[in-house]
Design a protein around this ligand. Structure first.
Ligand code: SF4
Length: 399
């Protein structure tokens, strides 16, 4: 009935939305779709691609070309029969693609897939009845729902121009999905970074130029990577077991997509340098109740005996405007982040604000981190090493 051709290309994750995503251009077409607001994988509520994909390093875009044989095309004589044949071939290929990417997510820690079209896991989506998604651990957001130009992606990246037929089946259909992959985690999953509190005594842009100037004079390559807005909710137990244990659990949301991040006990700490285990799980709609999320939480909380997922409650909210800069010193690659942070307690109220700077080792040798940190400290004496995570800062400042 059909045969399939598969092609995959890999791009830097930041380049993908930059070059191929124009949500404004497709907004009206999306609203005209009968699925609009009726399926959880589709708008409204799909996050901005640039923010949602910021934690990822590369994206594998996968195209499956479903080529119909002559018998199938000849049998597509009515709209009903055409739809039946399309579902049996293209629908099946989409399901195989979805399951393959979900399997890959299991072997690539922290990866996250984007689906080829709307979610079809249930015969009727619960969103149409105003209910939460029934299978958030398997539902993945729709590729075109993010506002990607599917026609350009298929033609320019995959060499598979999309085809339509006014009647019957075209020669082929193309399903396009993606798998976002995080970069290699340095030091076998350990986060290694230097954090600072920055005094509010000079214009923020001027301070950033000074920092980048110091790094350039040290021979580093320094590239601005753009701004992101982050909204984080931190959780803890009623007796602050995470805070006391030096751990944190953060839900970072962008629209209805979210990333749950566990930061374990500091494994090493010297003059503000932190090394600790970081685990991440992409989740949907910020819900901690799903079995997949609970399994993740149980494994993280094993570091703190006597705790469990059911004991967690919201403790603080952090809004951050982050400016990202990539720094390379020949041996290693680092992420420099300039943060304007607002902390709010669980009851809301007036936020506490501060500026921070982080220099985090991302790839290659990490030996240069201490050298760069020392150079910044001596060139910018107003820097104060931050002795704690954003969660600890939130709890300190909020009292
Ligand atoms: S899993 Fe079911 S409820 Fe969730 S988005 Fe898909 S169809 Fe809707």
């Amino acid at each position: 009935m059909y045969r399939a051709q598969v092609k995959a290309v890999t791009l830097p994750a930041a380049q993908w939305p930059e070059e191929f995503c124009s949500p404004g251009r497709f907004a009206e077409a999306c609203k005209a779709c009968p699925d609009y607001g009726r399926i959880w994988s589709c708008p409204p509520g799909v996050p901005a691609a640039r923010e949602a994909f910021a934690p990822y390093e590369r994206v594998h875009i996968v195209g499956v070309k479903v080529i119909y044989d002559e018998a199938a095309r000849a049998a597509a004589v009515t709209p009903e029969r055409t739809e039946e044949l399309r579902r049996a071939a293209y629908g099946e290929a989409k399901a195989v693609l979805r399951e393959s990417l979900l399997e890959l997510e299991k072997v690539l820690p922290g990866s996250w897939s984007v689906a080829a079209g709307r979610c079809e896991l249930c015969s009727r989506c619960s969103r149409a009845d105003g209910e939460p998604c029934r299978r958030p651990e398997r539902m993945r957001l729709s590729f075109s729902g993010f506002g990607f130009d599917l026609g350009r992606v298929a033609e320019e990246l995959l060499g598979m121009p999309l085809l339509w037929a006014a009647e019957g089946l075209p020669e082929y259909h193309v399903a396009v999905a993606a798998l976002l992959e995080r970069g290699a985690q340095p030091e076998d999953g350990l986060e290694l970074e230097q954090k600072y509190i920055v005094a509010d005594t000079q214009p923020w842009d001027q301070f950033q130029d000074e920092v980048m100037g110091v790094l350039r004079r040290m021979g580093c390559t320094v590239e601005r990577q753009g701004d992101v807005r982050q909204r984080d909710v931190y959780y803890d137990t009623a007796d602050d077991a995470l805070l006391r244990g030096g751990c944190s659990l953060r839900m970072r949301t962008a629209g209805e997509a979210a990333l749950l991040t566990w930061k374990g006990k500091p494994a090493e700490r010297q003059g503000g340098l932190f090394a600790r285990r970081e685990e991440e799980l992409p989740v949907f709609d910020g819900d901690l109740r799903g079995e997949r999320v609970r399994t993740f939480l149980r494994s993280c909380l094993a570091e703190l005996p006597g705790t469990g997922p059911e004991m967690l409650k919201r403790c603080a909210e952090v809004e951050n405007h982050r400016r990202l800069v990539r720094v390379a010193d020949g041996g290693g690659v680092y992420e420099l982040a300039f943060d304007e942070v607002a902390y709010t307690g669980p009851a809301g109220g007036h936020p506490c604000r501060e500026r921070q700077m982080e220099l985090e080792h991302k790839a290659g040798g990490s030996e240069g981190l201490a050298r760069l940190a020392a150079a910044l400290q001596s060139a910018l004496p107003g820097l104060v090493c931050a002795q704690g995570s954003k969660y600890q800062r939130a709890r300190t400042l909020l009292g």
